[in-house]
Ligand binder design. Sequence first.
Ligand SMILES: *[C@@H]1O[C@H](CO)[C@@H](O)[C@H](O)[C@H]1NC(C)=O
Ligand SMILES: *[C@@H]1O[C@H](CO)[C@@H](O)[C@H](O)[C@H]1NC(C)=O
Ligand SMILES: *[C@@H]1O[C@H](CO)[C@@H](O)[C@H](O)[C@H]1NC(C)=O
Ligand SMILES: *[C@@H]1O[C@H](CO)[C@@H](O)[C@H](O)[C@H]1NC(C)=O
Ligand SMILES: *[C@@H]1O[C@H](CO)[C@@H](O)[C@H](O)[C@H]1NC(C)=O
Ligand SMILES: *[C@@H]1O[C@H](CO)[C@@H](O)[C@H](O)[C@H]1NC(C)=O
Ligand SMILES: *[C@@H]1O[C@H](CO)[C@@H](O)[C@H](O)[C@H]1NC(C)=O
Ligand SMILES: [Zn+2]
Length: 854
Amino acid sequence: MSIFLRLAILLAILAVVRSELPFEIDDPVFYNTINDESYRLPEDLDPLEFDVEITPYLNATTDKEALTFDGFVSMRLQALRSISTLVLHENVREILNVTLFNESGSEVELSPGNEFERDRVHHFLKINLRDGLSLTVNAIYRLVINFIGNINETPLSRGVFRGIYRGSDGREQQVFPCFDEPGFKSVFNMVINRPAHFTETYANIIGDRVREVFNPTPRMSAYLITFHISEEFTVIASNNNNTHPYQILARPNAQGQGAYALEIGPPLTTWFDQYLGIEYYKMEENMKNDQIASPDWASGATENWGLVSYRELRLLYEEGQTNALDKMYIGTITAHELAHKWFGNLITCRWWDNVWINEGFASYFEYFAMHEVDKTLELADQFIILYVQSALSADSGTSTRALQHTVNSPTQVTGHFSGISYSKGASLLLMLKQFMGESTFKKALNYFLLDRSYKYAVPSDLYNNFQKAVDEDEAIPANISIASMMQYWVEEQGYPVINVDVNMDTGLIKITQERFFISPSAAATEQNWPLPLTFTTGSSPDWDNLKATHVMLGREYEIQKEPGHEWVIFNVQQQGIYRVNYDIVDDVFALMRSGRMTYDLGFQVLDFLKKDTSYYSWYPAITGFSWLRNRFRHMPDTFREFNAILLDFVNAVVSELAYDVQDGEPLTRTLNRFYVLQFACEIGHEGCVSDAIAKFNAYKENGERLSVNPNLRRHVFCQGLLNGNYTDWRFMYNRRQASNNQGDEVAMLRALGCTTNAEDVQAVVLPAWFENVLSNLASYLDEDGLTDMEQWLRANQESVAGAATGLSAIASSRSSMQWGTDNASAVLRAARGSAAIIVPTTMLMLISVSLLLR
Ligand SMILES: *[C@@H]1O[C@H](CO)[C@@H](O)[C@H](O)[C@H]1NC(C)=O
Ligand SMILES: *[C@@H]1O[C@H](CO)[C@@H](O)[C@H](O)[C@H]1NC(C)=O
Ligand SMILES: *[C@@H]1O[C@H](CO)[C@@H](O)[C@H](O)[C@H]1NC(C)=O
Ligand SMILES: *[C@@H]1O[C@H](CO)[C@@H](O)[C@H](O)[C@H]1NC(C)=O
Ligand SMILES: *[C@@H]1O[C@H](CO)[C@@H](O)[C@H](O)[C@H]1NC(C)=O
Ligand SMILES: *[C@@H]1O[C@H](CO)[C@@H](O)[C@H](O)[C@H]1NC(C)=O
Ligand SMILES: *[C@@H]1O[C@H](CO)[C@@H](O)[C@H](O)[C@H]1NC(C)=O
Ligand SMILES: [Zn+2]
């Protein structure tokens, strides 16, 4: 297959599936690379209120170009300093004119011939007063700007963009000159002049052109404004409640797919109202709570205040088509976005250096709020494998970033909307909750929200309000302050691993901590974290008490327990952000990679997987095994042998789960089968492969009557095509063209990528967001592919956006192969189980412990 064909198909797949990654939720998209504070607006003005009027032209008229809009903005500003140049953000097509008035309506003279300057690098608009004039401190001014905007073709361009859905519509993220930093908040009064034959415009708050005037918004940051104009988008589900409205909007042919989103949204809102003590529908008069499904939204979802935008995959549910994982994500992402109404919209991080204040809370509630609405999803437990373990993984390198991290340029800002802000932020909140207890945690959140409503927040606001609550409740030891504990976690990168040494005769437990690095060669640091400790012992096992009994300050710590031969397990239920130098599956893989545990020992511990069939063991196990396996792909003999060894591990879990979904089984069992069968088929499990081919053929021959269960489609379609011919590929391709469901399309796109036949893939088109997926691509290629890709990128460096990212991904892919070459024999020897080694008693304990944990 040529590099271009690979590129085409992989990009198409990645473009669709990238939204499945837990962290790519609602990053605003920015460009540019310059790194300095010149990107920040001066804090000279307080933007109190905006009147905005937009008139879009999708078709050309006698005096308007197609895909443009006329814009008018009038802003009420309070001067905080006596300045003679006003600076704000602007990134529009053309500024027509700018006028400034004082409070009594007289024009303030601007510099003749140089009224305004446009700084296209920083997207600044600078307005110059006439020589000798300056603003009066505390006085109110009105700034009026007439401009023309572009309607862009792709959702990744900033501003208004046009979306296509077998029809057409327009939508936007940011559109008018404004103060585009989260710390600036204003009231927005929007007016939209839509073509008369379009459907009602859905905008933040609320109703031949129709002039639609929206209710004033709450005082809010400009990045949260959105509106949507289209010919036919419509309400596909509504609770028909005038005081607490909740609506699902989508293209009309998605009718019937909004019921699940509507089923969970209102109870989630009510749960937040009660838990946080501030009611959503009282945040402002006439609050709307609309959720809109966009066929090609740039991220998973975005938390615009009255109108949350989602990819269709993340909001629409269709019985018989949507798989259990996508259905779960509809719930968790809705909870994430609704949590933002309080954490992000009502209070907002002052600047993106602390974006974790928005994203950490939203990610925490993504699981813990949805858990309260549907406990059968086991989200409080899944939080550990999906968020805590991914935080531990994301934060284990030498160059990770602290939660609070200086960012200035748009690229730096985008980069900080990364795994750590979400997963470590959320994990820290869980640890904090367990430390003080839930009732104090809840009280502290309410204090924090009341204190900073309609304002920005910095970490010290959080610490002070938490301190107030823990003091009142005497919830933590009096000699530990919230600020001193939290600061360390927020301002330091990384996290600790603890070593535990128990003297069975005296009962003295000695604990030491140091920073955990995944790389064995990383240099140790002096860091030590204030660490709330939980543990339980063999003589009185208690897996439910998650409240810390000790706080470890400093590098070493001792705890005296009763003497006696018994096991001691720290970090009960993995609620803390640290690893223990013996623990369950996720830790074993990390400890082996980091050189803290030998492969021999690691695989002896992992041996319990040959009998264990739990989702909570297998999810991290598949991640860990796949990590190793991907490093052996370039060595066919090793790869084959490793696959054969892995078959021994999966046999038990495959036969326990079997090949079909049973009605009424727990969600985690369905998810476990979903992942385990993909893995088992991939490593060549015969039963898995032949069952998949049988299902694929039955489906092909009998059509929808024998449709494949959506929770089995990924591996069934993939195996069907891997073992099929062009006719099979064509069948799947046609089926995809006819699909009305994005989740189902993802399953088919993935399957289309499974094929090994070059001529099959010609028809797949390159998606627009090329740059974003280049870096993922390298990890899918072998050395030949890497060489092709490298040559192609080097030859096209000028024209390919993100060529540098692609080249660095190639380098990291090569180093993975090197790792495989260097470690293959040690890993294989350990995996074969041939090494003779004595497993310490604590390890053996672990096997029974991991059984107890469920
Ligand atoms: C633009 O023109 C097309 C066809 O000429 C028409 O179907 C569509 O409704 C027009 N759009 C607007 C906004 O008038
Ligand atoms: C500014 O431009 C708008 C739109 O072209 C026009 O209607 C208005 O008269 C202009 N105002 C001034 C002060 O030039
Ligand atoms: C606005 O400007 C006019 C003309 O310079 C002046 O007479 C008036 O006092 C100003 N109003 C305020 C509130 O400063
Ligand atoms: C609207 O929703 C609220 C909150 O759930 C509920 O108390 C009220 O009864 C509902 N009103 C109607 C008319 O259904
Ligand atoms: C805090 O107080 C507890 C007793 O309440 C004591 O055991 C501990 O050593 C103290 N820690 C510090 C850092 O002073
Ligand atoms: C693919 O295989 C099926 C039988 O398995 C056969 O009927 C069909 O003609 C083959 N198609 C091609 C293009 O070879
Ligand atoms: C594994 O590979 C790394 C990197 O190539 C190397 O530094 C390390 O020594 C290897 N470990 C073993 C146990 O061979
Ligand atoms: Zn978010």
